[in-house]
Design a protein around this ligand. Structure first.
Ligand code: IFM
Length: 447
């Protein structure tokens, strides 16, 4: 892969400081990298539809080719192996294996994931499989999508089929990635697929996501599957922009919306009362037994951490910026927030094993003489891995860390304009070039 400059080398972390057996990985998701949008019987997903609508995606792009990972699987697996990671986190595209989201299975789609899992196994890399990373089959959206309660059973059937086929080959199974994003960005602000703007719908969707998670966990366990099952939440600590009581109250409510709205039902079997009161008539309709289903025991929880947030009573998200550097997403770089978040969760909940399932940054990443000298990303990763270690030292049971992302990819509404990869992708030639951060991660992992 090349040589690491000495000043980057000095930003080194000792792998041996982490507990024995700590998982080191890279993460991706199906829609963001696979491409092959119309190949081998894959059905359209809501993101295909969303990309066709004008001005939804910053660069008017789509996921039809993406990184063409579907057709470059073996080379990509070699790339993953060359990093020295112990695990790879990826998602299954529901519409690739079940084009309509219910009914017939697509054997060619399953064959792709079979090749992926066999390839990982051959290379000694553990598979961390996510069932749902936002690419809902479009056919289900036409029946109301996540707002229609019937989807929970469809998701459960899909989850059981994936586990029935691949359970032997995976290390862990995660139901949902970042339900807050699906609920709020997809259905309240509408900036993500399916582009709905309706708060009541958003919270009903959120409830169905959690319910489908609980139903799937129960059904998978009833099948006799005994490997770790979990869910991945995007979380960030939320601070008041000032000591003013209105800001403190707003920060508490925002914490309820982002953190407690998911943590409380999963770990305490109830939605937080303050958020329910704030929602009023927009609160989701919950049937008898739902909350008990949602609160199935978790073997692990994934935390995706990128930044912290500030709340101001008079303004919206990110109103206050304390002057720290920002990534290309405009997200403040604040590594101590990861330690603070983990310690707070550890204090307020009885946590299962924790994995940092995503962490990383988008940076400019120009290619100069065939190299990407992304030392800002190296610093970002270094500081967040240190922050993870600090949380472990404070007693949080963190078992693994995954860089987001293995390679540059389709960054949702930002299209291909934002690059999160430790491997650069040239979207014209689809050539992969490991950035300095990939070399840095590799040398961390090689000890
Ligand atoms: O690219 C996304 C990913 O799909 C989910 N978590 C956040 C990442 C960066 O925005």
């Amino acid at each position: 892969m090349g040589k690491l400059p000495s000043d980057i080398q000095s930003l080194m972390i000792k792998r041996s400081d982490f507990p024995a057996g700590f998982t080191w990985g890279v993460a991706t998701s199906s829609f963001q990298i696979e491409g092959a949008g119309q190949q081998d019987g894959r059905g359209p997903s809501i993101w295909d539809t969303f990309c066709e609508e004008p001005d939804r995606i910053a660069d008017q792009s789509n996921g039809l080719v993406a990184c063409d990972h579907y057709n470059r699987l073996e080379a990509d697996l070699d790339l993953i192996a060359s990093l020295g990671v112990t695990a790879y986190r990826f998602s299954v595209a529901w519409s690739r294996v079940q084009p309509l989201g219910h009914g017939p299975w697509n054997e060619a789609g399953f064959a792709f994931y079979e090749r992926l899992l066999v390839g990982l196994q051959k290379r000694g890399i553990e598979a961390y499989l996510t069932l749902y990373h936002w690419d809902l089959p479009q056919a289900l959206q036409e029946q109301g999508g996540w707002n229609n309660r019937e989807i929970c059973q469809h998701f459960c059937d899909y989850a059981c089929e994936v586990v029935r086929r691949f359970g032997d080959r995976v290390q862990t199974v995660c139901t949902h990635n970042e339900p807050w994003v699906v609920s709020i960005l997809g259905h309240e602000t509408g900036i993500f697929a399916p582009g709905i703007k309706d708060r009541k719908v958003a919270y009903q969707v959120g409830h169905h996501l959690l319910l489908s998670h609980g139903m799937a966990l129960k059904a998978i366990r009833d099948m006799g599957f005994r490997k770790p099952l979990g869910i991945v939440l995007n979380q960030s600590p939320i601070y008041p922009a000032s000591d003013a009581p209105e800001d403190v109250a707003k920060a508490r409510l925002d914490d309820g919306i982002v953190v407690r709205w998911y943590m409380d039902p999963l770990f305490k079997g109830a939605y937080p009362a303050d958020v329910l009161a704030w929602l009023g008539d927009d609160a989701p309709s919950v049937q008898a037994g739902d909350m008990a289903l949602i609160a199935q025991p978790l073997d692990f929880m994934g935390v995706n951490y990128y930044t912290r947030n500030f709340s101001c009573a008079s303004e919206t998200w990110d109103a206050a910026k304390p002057g720290n550097p920002l990534t290309e997403m405009g997200w403040e770089i604040y590594p101590p927030g990861l330690t603070e978040l983990l310690c707070r969760l550890h204090k307020d909940y009885t946590l299962p094993a924790i994995y940092i399932t995503e962490n990383g940054g988008a940076f400019k990443d120009p290619v100069v003489d065939g190299r990407v000298d992304d030392r800002d990303r190296v610093a970002y990763l270094h500081d967040h891995i240190q922050a993870t270690l600090h949380a472990i030292e404070k007693g949080v049971d963190v078992r693994g860390y995954f860089v987001w992302s293995l390679m540059d990819n389709f960054e949702w509404a930002s299209g291909y304009e934002k690059r999160f990869g430790i491997v650069h992708v040239d979207y014209t030639t689809l050539r992969r070039t490991p950035k300095q951060s990939a070399l840095w991660y590799q040398s961390l992992l090689k000890g």
